[in-house]
Write a protein that binds this ligand. Structure first.
Ligand code: ADP
Length: 479
């Protein structure tokens, strides 16, 4: 099959979250299975420092409201059968940030990503290998299905690819003033309640949801959740209308990257059969982040964006209570300033128990995943979540709230006693999380149980084969 993907993030070229990992792994696995695969992504400033894309001999001029832009296309072939098409539009992407700077989102994000979406459609239309499926991700490429639909039905693009939209997080929709719709160059016919409009504004994700031929999200449970008012972020009605083309496919893990043996980011190797190295990594990390090097003190950790979604507030509450017991806690992540500050204060108050690193550091994220005994993921909602899956592979027992992909990927003792690999709690509260952490302490006191959970986790398989096959089946159905 010939598949073109489009995403605003692509590991290892650009990344702020799980989107980058998922698109890169999907592309790589589809190509390895023999498909012809392309990925379109913006050429951000930071990419030049570590990669050498080549300029393609390609001209395009895209109308953008009253003016037009002429991006260049640069390419790389990271794997056989896989081509990355970088959209080089310096006025939009030659910046330090991906979506904004430290303070705010870029004010011209509508222009940036409408232009990106137009470049995607242009490539889909004129690439010599003629993609059969155009699989776009999140609001940044949300306009693509509508642009294709219009070109197919009105402009007579008979061989237009079928479009698939994957929602990685419904909380981010790309909502802009109605005037931004003019950037699309489309007639007003699509700007209404059942189209791209949302309460008088332009909603790019909604336009994808309405006009894509198929819609997926990144776990089966989240696919069910987003049809409800509680998780629907105002779009549950629109999503219910499209229920027949909606499915949930759990992300896989790239085990070439997330591995405990021969991993360049880890100071020691270990495995389910030879777990000894894990204790040495724990000691090295305690030293690295300035915590007392104590093998007998349980180490809890977390890695992720500091956003309301991630349950940082209840984690802070639970830690208030739990720090009176003998535990250590390490956090890596940046985001909302007040949450960064609260973690900093906690570390200042408990210098021998809490360490917080406010930055984006992939190498340190591997070391935290490997070093900890328990990994906290108390998310309010979680479309898929990758860190809990990385934790399982690293023999670090995840403590998660029973929601979205967390529920689909972690097994609690109450779900299947024989396969238990993590601890789940239901209620979104500090007390419920503290109770789960106390269960963890009880586990920690019993070496046999710890080993049972760890072994179950390390042997749990989220390899991409299954995920890739599910997408293949979807593509066949959609085309
Ligand atoms: P989301 O996409 O909602 O941010 P996921 O759990 O799906 O959450 O994916 C997050 C990805 O980003 C993981 O690969 C995680 O390791 C990575 N990540 C998040 N914050 C950081 C950070 N501060 N440093 C390094 N990696 C991070």
């Amino acid at each position: 099959m010939r598949v073109l993907l489009a995403s605003s993030e692509l590991n290892p070229f650009s990344k702020t979250g799980g989107l980058a990992d998922m698109v890169a792994a999907l592309a790589k696995n589809l190509a390895a299975a023999g498909h012809t695969v392309g990925v379109v992504t913006p050429l951000y400033r930071s990419i030049w420092a570590r990669h050498q894309p080549r300029r393609m001999d390609w001209q395009m001029t895209l109308p953008l409201g009253a003016r037009s832009v002429s991006p260049e296309i640069w390419t790389l072939e990271p794997h056989p059968g896989l081509t990355v098409y970088f959209v080089h539009a310096p006025e939009f992407f030659d910046r330090d940030g991906i979506y904004g700077d430290d303070k705010a989102a870029y004010p011209d994000n509508a222009e940036r990503f409408v232009a990106f979406s137009k470049a995607v459609v242009h490539l889909a239309r004129y690439l010599p290998w003629q993609p059969e499926v155009l699989h776009v991700h999140d609001w940044q490429a949300g306009l693509v299905p509508l642009l294709v639909r219009h070109a197919r039905t009105v402009e007579g693009w008979a061989t237009a690819p079928r479009t698939v939209l994957t929602i990685h997080n419904l909380a981010y929709q790309g909502v802009f003033p109605a005037a931004a719709y003019a950037l699309s160059g489309l007639p007003p016919d699509y700007f209404h309640l059942a189209g791209a409009e949302f309460h008088g504004s332009l909603n790019l994700l909604k336009s994808g949801i309405v006009y894509a031929d198929a819609i997926t999200t990144v776990s089966p449970r989240y696919a069910r959740e987003i049809t409800t008012r509680e998780f629907g972020e105002g779009l549950d009605g629109v999503i219910r209308d499209r229920r027949t083309v909606l499915s949930g496919i759990l992300n896989g893990v790239d085990y070439d990257e997330w591995r405990t043996e021969g991993n360049p980011f880890l100071p020691f190797s270990y495995s389910a059969d030879h777990p000894e190295g894990k204790a040495r990594i724990k000691a090295a990390l305690q030293e690295e982040v300035g915590l007392p090097v104590r093998g007998d003190v349980p180490l809890f950790g977390t890695v992720g964006r500091l956003a309301d979604q991630k349950g940082v507030d209840i984690a802070l509450g639970a830690l208030e209570e739990m720090l009176s017991t003998r535990i250590q806690f390490v956090s890596l992540g940046s985001g909302q300033p007040e949450l960064q500050a609260a973690l900093g204060t906690l570390a200042t108050r408990h210098p021998d128990r809490v360490a917080s690193r406010v930055k984006f550091d992939v190498a340190l994220s591997h070391r935290i995943e490997a070093a900890c005994d328990f990994f906290l993921m108390p998310s309010r909602f979680e479309p898929c979540g990758l860190n809990q899956m990385y934790s399982l592979r690293y023999g670090t027992i995840p403590i998660v709230r029973r929601t979205g992909g967390l529920d689909d990927s972690v097994v609690d003792y109450r779900d299947h006693p024989d396969r238990a690999n993590g601890i789940k709690f239901e209620l979104y509260s500090s007390r419920a999380l503290a109770k789960a952490m106390r269960k963890a302490l009880a586990l920690y006191g019993n070496a046999e149980w710890m080993s049972f959970y760890r072994q179950n986790g390390m042997r749990t398989d989220f390899s991409w084969d299954r995920t890739r096959r599910d997408y293949e089946a979807l593509y066949v159905g959609a085309s």
